[in-house]
Every structure is written in C-alpha cells, then in structure tokens.
Design a protein around this ligand. Sequence first.
Ligand code: PLP
Length: 380
Amino acid sequence: MENKYQLPTYHKFPLVINKGKGAYVFDEKGDKYLDFYGGHAVALIGHCHPKVVKAVTKQLNKLIFYSNVVYNDQRAQVAKALVNLAPNAFSSVFFCNSGTEANETALKLAKKYTGKDEVISFEGSFHGRTVGALSVTGSDKYKKNVGNLLSSVKFAKLGDIKSVEKIITPNTAAIIVEAIQSIAGVNVADPTFYKELKKLAKTNGTVLIYDEVQTGLGRCGKMFFGELVGCMPDMITMAKGIAGGLPAGAVLVSEKIAKSVENGDQGCTFGGGPVVCSAILATLDVIKKEKLWEKAEKYGNKLKDKISQFPRVLGICGEGLLLGIKLEVPAKNIQAKLLAKYVITGTSDNPNVLRIMPPLTITGKEVSIFLNELNQALKD
Ligand SMILES: Cc1ncc(COP(=O)(O)O)c(C=O)c1O
C-alpha cells in the first residue's frame, strides 16, 4: 500500500516494522531484529524508552500543543536543560522540528549576526533537503533536478585547512561543518583541523557551525563533538534522537550571537511544542543519568577493536557509536546477509562502507551478538 500511495522517494528495506523495544524492532510476524541502524540514528536511547513513553503520555493528557506565543513549563525546562548541558559560551536555544530546519536557522542567524552573505561548507557533507540546507550539502547526488540553489556557497575539503584558507573572504558569514560526515562514509578529520577552522573563523569574523544532527548528545563518545576535538563552535545544530523518536530539532546558540537576535528573526509553529519538549526532557534525563556518552565510547572502542580483525575489513572509522566499516566487498551485500540474520545496519554513499549507529543503550550482550553475526557474514 505504501508503494502505491506514498511518493517513491525512499529506497526501503524489505521490512514492515510495527513495534520496538530497546535495541530491537519487530516485524508483523513478530520476528525480532537487532537494530544497529537505529531508524537512521534516531533511536539514540533505544526504541520506546519507558521514560519517554511515560513523559509523553502524561503530557498528551494535559496539553498537546500551544505555539511559542505563550509560555509553557515543558519548553522552559527543556531550554534550560539543553543550555546547561552545553559549555558556558552557549546561552540560548531555538526549537524546530528537524535537522534541516536547525541548519537553516543556524545559517540565517549567522548571516544576521555578521551582516555577511557567503557560506563555506565541505565536499561530501549532508545538511538536509530544503533549499538552504541543500545548498550547503556537499554532494551532487542530492541536488539533481532542483535548478538554482544559493549561489553564495563554496566548498572546501574536510581535513584540509588550506582549502578553506583559499576560499574564505571578508564576506564569509559562516563555516558549516558536519562534525563527522556520516552518509558520505563516516569521514572525520584530525582534531587539529577543527581547531584551525575555529582560528580561521575568528580571524575572519566568521561564525563556526557544527552540524551535530548525528554526532550530538553522546553518540560520538562525548556529549558534544567539540569536547572530543577540544574546540567548540559558535552554534550547534541537533535533531535525530533528541526527542526519543519524536520529530524535533534544536540550535544551541552562543551568547554573543544570541544577543543579535530579535523578535521575528526566526519562527517555527511546531518547534518547542509541549509534547515534544516532554520527550526531549525525558531523553536528556536518560542520557545524563546513564552517562550514555561513556557507553558510546566504551562499546565504540570495543567494536573498532574487534571488527578491525575481521576478514574483508579494510578499516573502521568514526567515533563512539557512529562507525563506518570499510570493506573489500560491497557493503550492501553484507547488509543483506545481516538482515537475513535479523540484524539491521546501514550503508552510505561510499559503496564499500557499512554504517552502524545503534542505540547508546545497547548492552554488552547485544554488542557480542552483532559482532558474531558480522564476523559470520564476512566469512561466508
Ligand atoms: C548530519 C545531518 N544533518 C542534517 C540532516 C537533516 O535532518 P532531517 O532529515 O531531520 O531534516 C541529516 C539527516 O540525515 C543529517 O544526517
């Protein structure tokens, strides 16, 4: 029915999923799948986390929605919780519904703050599907048949500071960087690159934006990517698992930029709605109480260590529980073999990179199941 009535914009797994619990999802026959794809990195704290279900159910019975023209207890609490999570320089947050919108917002705020127009992004990056976010996306694959995009965007090479130096001008408003380029095949630069980027941005009066839609809130082994590389940006965009599976996005904004923002500069009807905010609050609470970034680091290191010794593995890259496994064989073949063994994984724009982004709540047992199945799939 979906194939008949939904626009054919997605390549789908041959699966009907109608239930989820923790790191597992279930199909209509009741078969259980270990989810190392996480519904595209959304199941950050697993599927249907009981604390999220409880908070959302309570809020659904109280107030489903009222927009940002009124105050609301859930929104107030979650804004404070997010700002408190971030390093000191961040003072404010903007709520929206998706990663794309978070990036659009950050770009608009950077242009307003600097009074400049140009943006630098990176080849291979993915920032979303709306015109602004697509304009800064560094892969032509996503830009087919859309005509003119924003002309004021230039692309540099991730990890190559000289390529940024060559294109930065006095009119560069923002540098936007997908902290770890996930869909491109899990590319990450050396920490010194991000530090040099920050220095370059500062010298040129340019705003630095980290797109942490995938890496944020513990996935990379730290709460934020900036902690990993020892260098914070001026704005951080987030989405994916921030609301335990409900649609939400957010932009963390540093105090200096927040001071330039005025009434009417940005808006979003559904952003920061009470139900979604109750879900974000519960999600942040789980991440903090269970110190999930530590689990991401521990299991990420274990996976890297073991997988690098498996046959047909050329290398493994990424941080925490956002990993790309470079194979001698097409990743889609291994993905299909794993699916037949009830394990869901992802591919990427690099045909040889198998991507994994499981919930940060996974257990040692689930990690072992995955390792056994992957090893077997690679041997066969
Ligand atoms: C790094 C990154 N930025 C932005 C987006 C866009 O997010 P959304 O699909 O929620 O608009 C994605 C989505 O996959 C992403 O991975």
